[in-house]
Write a protein that binds this ligand. Structure first.
Ligand code: HEC
Length: 137
């Protein structure tokens, strides 16, 4: 193999790595205010089963690949629907729409999704097809 081919392959590899990194950067779907409020909701209504560190106790982990690995094919809609319709297991649907949007924002923040300027909306998030893939190893 000549030097040109090797350089070309290395460049192609670098380009692929760059494209992969860009594709992996998750979108900003909530505000920092929501995530901060969601931390309180989580502590009060979720942590007793999912753990203060989100790593799971009686309920499963809500952080990292055991929760939202790429192969799980989770979407923002599927996760948010589960949270808002099934959680807390002890009292499904008992929180306000704002509290559900806030706690979802908190869980997204913990899984490496960045905060932005547009708030996470309760109704549209139920059917969101945006992939939910944790950025936490
Ligand atoms: C009484 C215990 C309990 C509480 C409180 C609770 N959960 Fe759960 N949660 C569970 C259990 C058990 C499961 C797994 C079975 C299921 O999905 O119903 C679960 C599943 C989940 C899942 C799906 C996880 C996956 O791997 O797909 C999410 C997301 C979730 N809970 C979020 C929350 C949030 C957010 C709250 C607080 C608003 C909460 N839970 C409160 C027990 C609880």
């Amino acid at each position: 193999m000549n030097a040109f081919k090797v350089t070309g392959l290395a460049a192609a590899g670098l380009l692929l790595a760059t494209v992969a990194a860009m594709a992996a950067t998750p979108p900003a779907l909530y505000t920092q205010t929501q995530a901060s409020a969601g931390a309180t909701v989580f502590a009060q209504s979720c942590a007793m089963c999912h753990g203060a560190d989100l790593k799971g106790v009686a309920g499963p982990a809500l952080i990292g690949p055991t929760f939202a690995a790429p192969g799980n094919k989770y979407t923002v809609g599927s996760v948010f629907t589960e949270i808002s319709q099934q959680m807390p297991v002890s009292a499904p649907g008992s929180l306000s729409h704002d509290e559900y949007a806030d706690v979802m924002s908190y869980i997204m923040s913990k899984n490496g999704y960045p905060a932005g300027t547009t708030a996470l909306d309760y109704t549209t998030s139920l059917t969101s097809t945006v992939p939910f893939v944790t950025q936490v190893k």
